[in-house]
Design a protein. Sequence first.
Length: 87
Amino acid sequence: MLSFLLIYIILINLLTFFVYVDDKRRARKHSWRTSEFTLVMLAVVGGSVGALLAMLFAKHKTRHKQFTIGIPAILIIQIVLAVLIMD
């Protein structure tokens, strides 16, 4: 079970990272974009580390408080929940 969870966390964070970076690329091209709801939900379902890394790497969504405050808050909540579950 733990190995499945670890694989899931790795995959969802990779997916989230690439979706955020792709959304930034599309923003530069004035192309179709990924909705903010989808970006936030990817973080909520476990991709918060990938989202945060992509925000730093691609400088994406760094002007939006929903992301600059929300994504780190989601990460902190996920860490607290993980610690409580592991305890």
